[in-house]
Design a protein around this ligand. Structure first.
Ligand code: SF4
Ligand code: SF4
Length: 84
């Protein structure tokens, strides 16, 4: 079953500097993207970076990302038909 992974972008204010969830996830489920169009990485304003679930099928449900987040910004849940 695939998880539903939600990230509150208001709470996750500076993912580029934090990255705790990205680093702790052993199976690299989470990824860093931008909320704006495609730009070169170095040209994108840091405020537009966001954390998103990417490889949902690799999520073990360990909840390490939820626990490590200092801002309580991530929720991971598994429910029937709840992928994404
Ligand atoms: S619950 Fe575990 S496996 Fe799933 S995204 Fe979070 S850290 Fe990764
Ligand atoms: S750990 Fe929380 S605050 Fe840090 S990048 Fe991940 S979601 Fe954002």
């Amino acid at each position: 079953m695939l998880p539903t992974i939600t990230v509150d972008d208001e709470k996750c204010g500076d993912p580029l500097s934090c990255r705790k969830c990205l680093l702790i996830c052993q199976t690299h489920v989470l990824g860093l993207g931008t909320s704006v169009g495609v730009k070169k990485y170095r040209e994108t304003d840091p405020q537009y970076f966001v954390v998103r679930g990417v490889r949902f099928d690799k999520c073990t449900g360990c909840m390490d990302c939820v626990e490590v987040c200092p801002n309580n910004a991530i929720q991971v849940s598994f429910s029937e038909g709840g992928a994404r």
